[in-house]
Design a protein around this ligand. Structure first.
Ligand code: FES
Length: 157
């Protein structure tokens, strides 16, 4: 269940707009942030707040790459698999991440730290191959650079 404070702040935000549905992504993100992913309960709560059906919310939730309908790790790695990154070494970056994390795309590490997902172009083409980790972009990826990034995140956890 959403904390009353979060619920109230979402209601206040929703009350300020003419068409509440336009806030569906913001509301899903806020609820995802609370639960760690958009739970079934979160879908129902989003629908209730915006006077939408759960099915409508579900359809939008599955459309957006950054809304997670299943549990994810603390750090979600979105590795870009679009054309420029493909040309600049996406496969070796993906394979290195698979080897380093010992998981396949779509999976999370058993310690709950990392989830690996593929994503379409993240607008970092001039620094491809590229990835996002919790929305922070990293480009010109090499095995050494990936090692450094992952070590830093391990140290922070
Ligand atoms: S194609 Fe990978 S960032 Fe654009």
């Amino acid at each position: 269940m959403l904390p009353e404070e979060l619920k109230q702040s979402l209601i206040e935000h929703i009350d300020q707009v003419e068409h509440p549905r336009e806030l569906v992504v913001d509301v899903m993100f806020a609820i995802q942030e609370h639960y760690g992913y958009l739970t079934d309960e979160g879908v129902q709560e989003t629908a209730g707040l915006l006077d939408m059906s759960a099915l409508e919310v579900e359809q939008l939730a599955t459309f957006y790459t950054f809304i997670y309908r299943e549990p994810v790790g603390k750090y979600v790695i979105h590795v870009c698999d679009s054309v420029v990154c493909w040309m600049d070494g996406y496969e070796s970056v993906r394979d290195y991440l698979i080897q380093k994390l010992d998981i396949q795309p779509g999976e999370s590490t058993p310690d709950g730290l990392f989830t690996l997902l593929a994503v379409c172009c993240i607008g970092y083409c001039d620094r491809s191959p590229a990835m996002l980790i919790n929305r922070k972009a990293y480009g010109n990826l090499t095995a050494d650079k990936i090692d450094g990034i992952l070590e830093k995140l391990h140290r922070r956890s």
